[in-house]
Write a protein that binds this ligand. Structure first.
Ligand SMILES: [Mn+2]
Length: 285
């Protein structure tokens, strides 16, 4: 297996990129996932820095769910909105990420189905008060056509667009692997697939292992974090059976860690979490 980690995990840590990358190589990481942040989109500078390290770019992580101004920019990244100009901004943002991915020689960009609907209460969200029919109608009329267009742009950039289910506290659309696979089947394109994140799966799936097995060929990438969004091994998710399930379906894409990190122990934590998963990988082979 090949291992990557999201650079967004280090975004609140005051450390030079070069120093972070140097340590990640020494710790045994194969790749990094770059944050799709248009505020820091000097791609040539990022590329020049990356080129001096023996690290691949597994892909771009999108900043989904932003509803407005972010440090003076007008970034809006909710694909589901009743305002067409907001959907257009989100489309342009996704396009930016796909192009950025190609320029950095990455393989995929994740996309999450967030909505800017302010009229839904937290109670309605967490108790699943949106009917299946309402969700299906929004997905069919407003989401699938946009994803189909973005998939064409992904193909033109020779990268993949991967739909990542989020847990109910983040979105009321596409919370499970099955919902993501159903959408992928409708788009039915080699440049479109799904990404599964153990942190979200821990909340939404009946069985993480069965969800992985049923995702089969659509699964192109994973995000690994424990139930508390720390590195694997620092919470109570059973990673042993998850790694076995990935091996069972012949998953040979990156495992990308997406932890919340903070000083003072983040340097040690990224090493111990990686070693923990590698130990499981070797012991189950
Ligand atoms: Mn994720």
């Amino acid at each position: 297996m090949k291992y990557s980690i999201t650079l967004s995990s280090f975004s609140h840590i005051d450390e030079a990129l070069k120093e972070t990358l140097h340590r990640l190589v020494a710790q045994g990481y194969d790749a990094i996932e770059v944050l799709g942040d248009p505020r820091k989109s000097n791609i040539n500078t990022i590329k020049a820095t990356l080129d001096t390290f023996d690290l691949a770019v597994s892909g771009i992580s999108g900043m989904w769910g932003i509803r407005g101004k972010l440090d003076g920019s007008s970034l809006r990244t909710n694909l589901i909105s009743t305002n067409p100009s907001f959907v257009k901004s989100c489309f342009e943002y996704a396009k930016h990420c796909l192009e950025m991915c190609r320029l950095l020689d990455g393989k995929q960009v994740n996309i999450c189905l967030t909505s800017d609907d302010q009229n839904i209460s937290m109670y309605q969200l967490t108790h699943g008060h949106t009917s299946h029919l309402e969700k299906q109608s929004i997905l069919e009329k407003r989401v699938i056509p946009v994803l189909t267009n973005l998939t064409r742009i992904a193909k033109d950039n020779d990268v993949r667009l991967l739909l990542e289910p989020l847990n109910r506290y983040c979105s009321r659309f596409c919370n499970t692997a099955k919902e993501a696979v159903d959408i992928a089947k409708q788009i039915n394109h080699d440049s479109f697939g799904i990404l599964l994140d153990t942190y979200h799966m821990n909340i939404e799936e009946d069985s993480i292992e069965i969800a992985i097995q049923n995702s089969g060929g659509w699964l192109r990438h994973t995000h690994f974090a424990d139930n508390n969004r720390n590195m694997p091994g620092y919470g109570h998710i059973e990673f042993n059976s998850i790694v076995k399930s990935l091996k069972k379906i012949g998953h040979d894409e990156y495992i990308c860690f997406e932890p919340n990190l903070s000083p003072p122990d983040f340097k040690d934590v990224t090493k111990r979490g990686l070693d923990f998963i590698k130990m499981i990988e070797y012991s189950s082979s």
